[in-house]
Design a protein around this ligand. Structure first.
Ligand SMILES: [Zn+2]
Length: 279
């Protein structure tokens, strides 16, 4: 290659790779057409062949449609549709579904550190279908109500009821669901009140906040060899000293940076670059 053409080639390829690097996951409005696959870790990964959860279905509605974060691996979409079906059948109200993943997964500009691979979903605790009576068309103007007392020190028993336990139990018994994060006071209430088969309580894990929504995370789908599994859960139902530790933390503590909160840009698996660029 003559040197002037070589120089042009070098300049052009630098431009192309810079353009690719600066493209943001939050700007991409559609999934790739590939076979669905969760790739990497929930906090550093991406989603190929993402499936869009319809904005509403039996027993559920997606909130904050303007965020375009209702994409996931097909296992996740099926789990939410099944949970909505059970919610309708059980007359428990209606699920208000928060963020899943962006169309191609990846890091988000705000709101979550995880949710990057299409296997995480937030579901509000609010079950009242009237909640969104005054919502705008994108359901963007309604905040998720907390189940705690205003000082965040206790569960508000005016708001908590058996339907919340039923929804959590149904989600936890879904074989695709690996774990569910809830506020420690909610876990404590389940520890106190659940009788009979308590095996599903193991999947319910205390975590910071999570008083207005629970966070379901699936196990790595069987069709996703590059999905990095979570550390296995501790044995037992979790109604033990580990829960006491969570309950001993002061309320309204600042968010840790390993879950929700501002995200540093983690190193993604190399294949995610191709996903971002639609291949
Ligand atoms: Zn979440």
């Amino acid at each position: 290659m003559p040197s002037n053409r070589l120089a042009l080639f070098v300049v052009l390829s630098a431009f192309v790779s810079h353009a690719a690097a600066s493209r943001d996951w939050g700007d991409v409005s559609s999934p790739t057409a590939a076979t669905p696959e969760a790739i990497g870790e929930t906090g550093a990964g991406c989603l190929a062949g993402g499936v869009r959860l319809p904005p509403e279905g039996e027993g559920y509605k997606v909130m904050h449609l303007e965020r375009n974060r209702n994409y996931g691996h097909p296992d996740l979409i099926r789990s939410i549709i099944d949970l909505g079906h059970a919610t309708a059948q059980g007359h428990w109200g209606e699920l208000h579904v928060g963020d899943l993943s962006q169309p191609r997964g990846g890091p988000m500009r705000f709101g979550h550190r995880s949710h990057q691979t299409g296997i995480d979903a937030d579901v509000w605790f609010a079950l009242d279908p009237n909640l969104i009576r005054n919502a705008d068309g994108l359901r963007s103007n309604i905040p998720a109500p907390s189940l705690l007392t205003p000082d965040q020190t206790r569960l508000n028993h005016m708001l908590w009821d058996i339907r919340h336990a039923r929804v959590l139990e149904t989600a936890a018994r879904d074989p695709h669901v690996d774990r569910i994060f809830v506020n420690a006071h909610i876990k404590q209430e389940l520890c106190r009140s659940v009788r009979g088969d308590r095996s599903w309580l193991r999947k319910i894990r205390p975590w910071h906040r999570h008083d207005d929504h629970f966070h379901m995370r699936l196990a790595c789908p069987t069709d996703s060899p590059d999905c990095v599994p979570q550390k296995p859960l501790e044995p037992g139902d979790g109604c033990d000293a580990s829960l006491d530790w969570w309950l001993s933390l002061p309320p309204l503590r600042p968010l840790p940076d390993n879950h929700h909160g501002p995200a540093p840009s983690p190193a993604l698996p190399r294949v995610c670059r191709a996903v971002l660029n639609g291949r």
